[in-house]
Design a protein around this ligand. Structure first.
Ligand SMILES: [Zn+2]
Length: 318
């Protein structure tokens, strides 16, 4: 098995890299198309493999030549071939982004085990970012399914013994400890925020997704990934809060101007006050921030930079 892989690697080194790179790009675009399917269907609990592609407007099945990643969108000018319904430009963008990332992994690592695992991790984590951001959920197919895939890859890695350079291909023991550590940290946060704030600071989806990151990265890089995700989360959290405050301040200022001009009757004041008050209450109620995207960002930072970050921290201490 290892021989087949090393022959494949050798073969890919001898072939013109532009040729291989183009093939990787095409595969990336096809998998980007699959990522679109995951993003669209998983939140609705629809079949992602056997149900053919269909137009969200007229529900007609899309013919294969109308379903070519990136190209079909351009030829059809972003419209359904049957009903002319508008197709979101995010579909070709996701396909292009996936293709570019796959090519980047290929440039960095060639057609190696690392490349294969990075592509798989991308297919799992990219939909998590979009779905969690849009619906505040992380589907079990991606979290639990992702953890199982991570464990399986670790098992293969341990028993076949692939060479690896990045922090995504770990031994099965490290992978299992990673799952354990991830679940433990996020369960602790889940229960402590339930006790302290009487609400879920973190969803169960985040707990399960921590297992995915643990399984893929192993204990130490996963722990760093979680730490980074908290840092990213707080930075973005501050920005979002400040932005919302500024928006509300505008409303309050408009209200005070009315008050100064003294052109409103009393009942008007009560209506406006309750409006401003409700905006605040809404903000408090909806203060749940999707944490999945930060976990994904933390994981990818840890994959590529864990060694630098850890040696930097250790260097500072010693
Ligand atoms: Zn249509």
């Amino acid at each position: 098995m290892n021989e087949i892989i090393s022959n494949l690697v050798e073969f890919s080194r001898n072939v013109n890299p532009w040729f291989t790179g183009t093939i990787v790009f095409v595969f990336g675009a096809i998998f980007g198309s699959f990522i679109n399917v995951l993003i669209y269907r998983l939140p609705m609990e629809m079949d992602v493999i056997f149900k053919p592609s269909f137009c969200p407007h007229c529900k007609n099945n899309i013919k294969w030549y109308h379903n070519i990643p990136i190209l079909s969108f351009i030829f059809l000018k972003g419209k359904c071939a049957y009903c002319g319904g508008k197709i979101s430009w995010t579909y070709p963008l996701v396909e292009l982004f996936t293709a570019v990332c796959f090519v980047l992994f290929f440039i960095l690592y060639g057609l190696t085990w690392d490349f294969f695992v990075l592509c798989l991790f991308f297919i799992i984590t990219f939909p998590v970012v979009v779905i969690d951001f849009k619906y505040q959920i992380i589907p079990d197919e991606l979290s639990i399914g992702g953890a199982l895939i991570g464990l399986l890859l670790a098992l293969l890695h341990t028993f076949i013994g692939f060479e690896n350079n990045v922090n995504v291909t770990v031994s099965i023991y490290d992978s299992l400890i990673g799952v354990f550590v991830g679940v433990l940290i996020f369960l602790a946060i889940y229960y402590s925020s339930l006790v302290a704030f009487k609400k879920e600071g973190m969803g169960m989806g985040d707990v399960k997704f921590a297992a995915t990151i643990g399984a893929f990265l192993g204990a130490a890089p996963a722990t760093l990934a979680f730490l980074l995700s908290f840092i990213y989360g707080s930075i973005f959290g501050i920005f979002i809060t400040v932005f919302k405050r500024m928006k509300n301040m505008k409303k309050i200022n408009a209200f005070s101007k009315l008050k100064i001009l003294n052109i409103y009757p009393n009942y008007m004041e009560s209506i406006l006050l309750s409006y401003v008050y409700n905006v605040y209450i809404d903000e408090l109620k909806n203060s749940y921030i999707a944490f999945g995207p930060y976990m994904v960002l933390g994981a990818w930072t840890s994959i590529f930079f864990a060694n630098y970050i850890i040696s930097f921290i250790v260097g500072e201490i010693i």
